[in-house]
Design a protein around this ligand. Structure first.
Ligand code: SF4
Length: 343
């Protein structure tokens, strides 16, 4: 992994000097200006158009109002986060970030040569017993920062040459993120947002991201409500919301589109983490993707599960994936005609 630093990036993000910036006019020219689907370009990244016509300010205002009786995600906690109250995600209205750096371990269309500008948000509404990032997502490791500071981090990642801003576990901080985005746009942000999510999302919140996010990166976990409830904090409705979320994401951005340099510019990359003993319902998930999305949907079937956090309390989750489980999943995807599998 090509981290330039971990906490150091956050600590130093405000003291980088302009001489250290890699952003060149040549790089700016390489940014895609035209759209996708063969149509004449509007603005790219899409958020520029919303900023220009004043819609982005309305979205910020609307999203911030969600914090007063928080219903940003399907947990629907209805707590007032502006007063410091916390719901299931354990987050207040002040954004908390664990780390930020150019990441070289994501899918190759996101990474390119200069990395994906990844920002890891602390806390999470799901509370999975096998969470691979539990220190950050469950224990809340990180530092509270202002929206201004978050905007600065976005700009710094762009200046380091990153191809996108990759928002990891962003759902419970969407108001801060969109507010910071607007500030960053005014300071020159011109790379697309990657919304890297569980994706336990409401349709209402996703619709407010329409035209803001160019690349959706949903990581889908369960197809069985009983498994979701048992392993992810009573989220029995997880499969229901995930199916709706994927359809909405696809409606907004379509299949993944890549520019001449092999960099993702718009679209959806679907991730699915295989869990031991088919707890993730991999066969049902692949069938769902094949039946509801184009065959050239970009799909990453991941085999890197390792038991973490409380997984050893559940014998069925306390081992890694067998090679045969992964091979079976890949063969099934191919059988359904899905021909754009991540390598
Ligand atoms: S974002 Fe947090 S507080 Fe808001 S509904 Fe979801 S879990 Fe509850």
């Amino acid at each position: 992994m090509g981290k330039i630093s971990r906490r150091v990036f956050l600590r130093d993000s405000l003291i980088l000097t302009s001489s250290s910036f890699l952003l060149s006019s040549q790089y700016l020219q390489a940014l895609p200006r035209a759209s996708l689907d063969g149509k004449k370009a509007k603005k790219y990244p899409s958020y520029l158009e919303l900023e220009e016509n004043g819609v982005l300010s309305q979205r910020v205002e609307k999203l911030y109002s969600f914090y007063e009786n928080c219903h940003l995600c399907p947990r629907d906690c209805r707590v007032d986060r502006t007063k410091g109250e916390t719901g299931k995600c354990n987050a207040t209205a002040k954004v908390k970030v664990s780390d930020a750096f150019p990441h070289f371990g994501e899918e190759s269309p996101l990474v390119g040569k200069r990395g994906s500008g990844t920002i890891f948000f602390s806390n999470c509404g799901l509370r999975c017993v096998f969470c691979q990032n539990y220190k950050i997502n469950i224990e809340g490791e990180g530092v509270e920062i202002s929206d201004d500071r978050l905007a600065d981090i976005m700009i710094k990642l762009q200046k380091l040459g990153c191809h996108n801003i990759n928002l990891v576990t962003p759902s419970h901080y969407v108001p801060n993120i969109v507010n910071a985005l607007q500030k960053a746009i005014r300071n020159g942000l011109r790379i697309p947002l990657v919304y890297n999510t569980a994706p336990y999302e409401t349709l209402e919140t996703l619709q407010l991201l329409d035209g803001i996010v160019d690349i959706y990166l949903p990581d889908c976990k369960f197809m069985d409500p009983a498994h979701a409830a048992k392993y992810s904090g009573e989220t029995y409705n997880y499969p229901y919301y995930v199916k709706i979320a994927l359809k909405e994401m696809h409606r907004q951005v379509g299949v993944l589109q890549i520019n001449r340099k092999g960099i993702a510019v718009r679209g959806m990359i679907i991730r699915h983490l295989i869990l031991p003993n088919n707890i993730a319902g991999t066969d049902k998930f692949i069938k769902f993707v094949a039946e509801n999305f184009p065959k050239n949907t970009y799909l990453n079937i991941m085999r890197q599960y390792r038991p973490e956090y409380k997984a050893f309390d559940y014998p069925e989750l306390s081992r890694r994936i067998k090679r045969s489980e992964w091979v079976e999943a890949i063969q099934l995807a191919r059988k359904y005609g899905l021909d754009r599998l991540d390598k």
